[in-house]
Design a protein around this ligand. Structure first.
Ligand SMILES: Cc1cc2nc3c(=O)[nH]c(=O)nc-3n(C[C@H](O)[C@H](O)[C@H](O)COP(=O)(O)OP(=O)(O)OC[C@H]3O[C@@H](n4cnc5c(N)ncnc54)[C@H](O)[C@@H]3O)c2cc1C
Length: 298
């Protein structure tokens, strides 16, 4: 079946099916061309249907969370992008909190702080959605997403809905080990604590972040993974790359592992700057930096 029939095949899916949607405005970096299709299912079973149909029709499918760790090519991506913003419920059952994949981490942190449940404040300042935080096992020096995770509701790549315990995943540094499954919901077991104490820890992390990272600028956070026993930012700075520029993209003068877009940058400039920084670090230290950021459409 040709891809143009995707709308017909998805007629049983509640939610929105749109064509030629510009991804740039949805990305934290504000860069990227259009997706052929943009699917926003209404509920879990609609997301499962979208995954199943795209697989049956051989339509490449990508999952977009908060768009804070992706560089989309200037020419965009072929196939479909699935966005789970409608899965935005937060449910509390005692010390357990279940959040839809489309809930933003800042709103989840706010909710857990308010009810006096501690743990997730370790993720303060990460501009992710729950699904993206699980997929990347997002974390800070205080802890990672999988630390408090209990179980996940997922769509397997062939479209089957499953609930799986955390022990069925091998999460490592910046990788939740999902193997192409789509996260629909995540349940976290948290610890009761004084909301004031949680708030103080949250504020301290936020203050630290604001002082050391260009949080108000357009970026994808850390561009390269930290090599074992070192920090990519330290290596990039020591290789003399701070404020190095390619068109509208610059290595941040505040934190060298952040590349910021001044509003005029392109994906081509971003990857060009990555290549130059990687080369300079390799020339100086013999270390091959590996990207943390994901690339779509290259
Ligand atoms: C200012 C800034 C600060 C940051 N600080 C940190 C930090 O301290 N620690 C850290 O770890 N990261 C940090 N990041 C990077 C980024 O926030 C994380 O990688 C985050 O986990 C990405 O989540 P997202 O929802 O934005 O996912 P996206 O960027 O949309 O997607 C990232 C990956 O997850 C996949 N994905 C998204 N949703 C789902 C889903 N529901 N099911 C399956 N796969 C999915 C995507 O397909 C993609 O491969 C920062 C980024 C910025 C811009």
């Amino acid at each position: 079946m040709p891809v143009s029939d995707l709308r017909v095949a998805l007629r049983g899916m509640r939610g929105a099916v749109r064509e030629h949607v510009d991804l740039g405005p949805l990305m934290h970096l504000r860069i990227g061309g259009p997706a052929d299709w943009f699917l926003e299912p209404y509920a879990e079973e609609d997301a499962a249907l979208a995954v199943r149909v795209c697989r049956e029709l051989d339509v490449p499918l990508r999952i977009l969370g908060g768009g804070s760790n992706i560089v989309v090519a200037d020419a965009g991506v072929r196939g479909a992008v699935l966005h789970l913003g409608n899965l935005n419920r937060i449910v509390r059952d005692g010390n357990r909190i279940t959040a839809g994949a489309g809930v933003t981490l800042p709103s989840l942190l706010r909710a857990t702080k308010e009810v006096g449940l501690a743990g997730l404040e370790k993720l303060t300042g990460i501009p992710a959605q729950v699904g993206g935080a699980v997929a990347m096992n997002a974390g800070t020096r205080d802890g990672e997403t999988f630390e408090h995770l209990v179980s996940l509701t997922l769509v397997e790549p062939e479209g089957r809905l499953e609930v799986r315990g955390k022990d069925q995943f091998r999460a490592v540094y910046r990788d939740g080990g999902l193997r192409d499954a789509v996260v629909l919901q995540a349940s976290f077991e948290l610890t009761p604590d004084d909301p004031k104490a949680i708030f103080e820890r949250f504020s301290a992390s936020l203050k630290r972040r604001n002082a050391t990272q260009p949080v108000s600028q357009r970026s994808v956070g850390c561009v390269f993974r930290n090599p074992a026993g070192d920090a990519a930012g330290r290596l990039i700075e020591a290789a003399g790359c701070k404020t190095l520029r390619s068109g509208g993209i610059e290595v941040s003068g505040q934190h060298a592992n952040y590349f910021v877009n001044d509003g005029r940058g392109s994906a081509a400039e971003f990857v060009g700057l990555m290549a130059e920084v990687k080369k300079r670090v390799h020339d100086k230290f013999g270390i091959d930096l590996e990207p943390e950021v994901k690339f779509w459409g290259f």
